[in-house]
Write a protein that binds this ligand. Structure first.
Ligand code: SAH
Ligand code: SF4
Length: 434
């Protein structure tokens, strides 16, 4: 999401200021923008350590304009100027169109600017300014919903991103049409909870997430549709049915469960049970038996006993989750769980994380092995760095390498590959047909 926003920011500035260039060295810049994340302390620490460099440069070049946006800006509010006096402008990422004015005002009046709120949570038509050359040729992110209306006890997103706002459906469709005319054939829809999407057409009619998927699937040039992240609560039956009706939706579902223990899910305020989650998985597998699942997990949540953690392990074994994200719980000030008693040692948390990651790694190998000697449909993405192989993704998200014969007109095409070798969990195959 931040990469996507960063592209919007740089594209909009490049088009707004005639003499504006992006350069790679901060010490030669007039202006630096830090687009930050605060979902876990680790992300926040990255900002702190990067800021140490900025401080040094600002000492030498006090004309450098330092701008901060993204979650830390909304999380720390005006305190950010006390913590980091080097910052000149703070703005929320939903106000990109205002940024050129903010920069000009700062240059004129030399007064610090703080422009952060979620009113008018949408920069109309800002996506038209996206620098499409920043995308790889084949796949592209497209944001469809911002913010979150849930209140998971551990999460800062509702604080930092505000309430949900769904982009109007035709706005999304016109962006995807533009991208598809420029060579993009795979779309990855983005949002904190994409399946909570509820857009409104110009005639006032509502557009659900499954309606939107239907519309996108009708764009001929778009061959594959992905989305991230989904919430189990919003994984409704009409969305499940989309897996029957829309072949373009890939065979990989990223559906965060967070924990395999109902007690911990209750503490996390996730509002579903493991049984409910399993039902969604069963319904989906009934429709598409080939589906593979990925998830997000938090280990070491306050109150997580060994028994609770083992329930997570049991679930990972049962569903055989493939590529997933696993994190140690990070207490975030301002969230409900921040004051919960946390008596699990850090060492124990780390052990649990390693155990979970090791199991996920084994699952990934398991799924790769099931593909040996099978034929897979690949969307060809490009060459490896050494240019010795072409690569693309199978419908289940696995990367497959195959011999290129310098045949670059395959890039962007759907082809069939027979998998004939697995080496260090990397899959290799041979072209069958186009
Ligand atoms: N909306 C999605 C997730 C978005 S946040 C969902 O609810 O499923 C991305 C991931 O960051 C979460 O799934 C969670 O696993 C992790 N995360 C969020 N807050 C965290 C915290 N305080 N500590 C550790 N991990 C956290
Ligand atoms: Fe955070 Fe996701 Fe929960 Fe929203 S649904 S509060 S983004 S974890």
């Amino acid at each position: 999401m931040n990469k996507y926003d960063t592209n919007k920011i740089s594209s909009y500035l490049l088009k707004s200021f005639k003499k504006c260039f992006i350069i790679n060295s901060i010490d030669k810049s007039d202006l630096v923008i830090l687009n930050t994340c605060s979902v876990r302390q680790k992300a926040q620490n990255k900002f702190y350590s990067y800021f140490d460099i900025i401080k040094k440069i600002k000492k030498i070049n006090n004309k450098l304009i330092v701008i901060v946006c993204g979650c830390i800006a909304t999380y720390d509010r005006k305190d950010i100027f006390i913590k980091f006096p080097e910052i000149d402008i703070v703005f929320s990422s939903n106000k990109i169109k205002k940024l050129p004015v903010l920069i000009n005002n700062f240059k004129k009046f030399k007064k610090k600017i703080f422009d952060v709120d979620f009113k008018n949570n949408y920069d109309k038509n800002i996506n038209n300014y996206l620098d499409k050359s920043n995308y790889s040729y084949i796949n592209s992110f497209v944001s469809i919903i911002e913010g979150c209306n849930k209140c998971c006890s551990y999460c800062v997103v509702p604080i930092t991103k505000g309430k949900e706002f769904s982009r109007p459906p035709m706005d999304i469709i016109s962006e995807i049409c533009y991208l598809s005319k420029n060579g993009v054939s795979e779309i990855n829809l983005l949002g904190q909870n994409v399946n909570a999407y509820l857009g409104i057409f110009e005639n006032g009619k509502k557009c659900t997430f499954s309606n939107l998927l239907n519309l996108i699937s009708e764009i001929d040039e778009i061959k594959r549709i992905k989305f991230t992240t989904s919430h189990p609560i919003n994984f409704t039956d009409d969305l499940i049915l989309s897996y029957k009706n829309i072949h373009k939706i890939v065979d990989f579902v990223h559906l965060p469960i967070q924990s395999g223990s109902n007690k911990i899910l209750r503490y996390m305020r996730r509002n579903y049970t493991v049984e409910y989650y399993n039902k969604i998985v069963d319904k989906l597998l009934n429709i598409r038996p080939k589906l593979i699942f990925g998830s997000d997990f938090i280990v070491g949540f306050p109150g997580e006993s060994n028994k609770d953690f083992n329930l997570t392990i049991d679930l990972v074994n049962k569903i055989k989750f493939d590529s997933s994200f696993a994190f140690i719980y990070s207490p975030r000030p301002g969230t409900k769980s921040f004051n919960m008693i946390d008596n699990i040692s850090y060492n124990e948390k780390k052990n649990r994380l390693y155990k979970l990651l090791e199991l996920l790694r084994k699952n990934s190998i398991f799924w790769s092995n099931t593909m040996l000697n099978t034929e897979q449909e690949i969307l060809v993405e490009g060459y490896t760095k050494k240019k010795d192989f072409l690569f693309g993704r199978a419908r289940n998200n696995k990367i497959i390498y195959f011999n290129s014969n310098k045949n670059n007109n395959l890039i962007g095409k759907l082809i069939n590959i027979k998998i004939n070798k697995i080496n260090k969990n990397m899959l290799y195959g041979k072209l069958v047909n186009i």
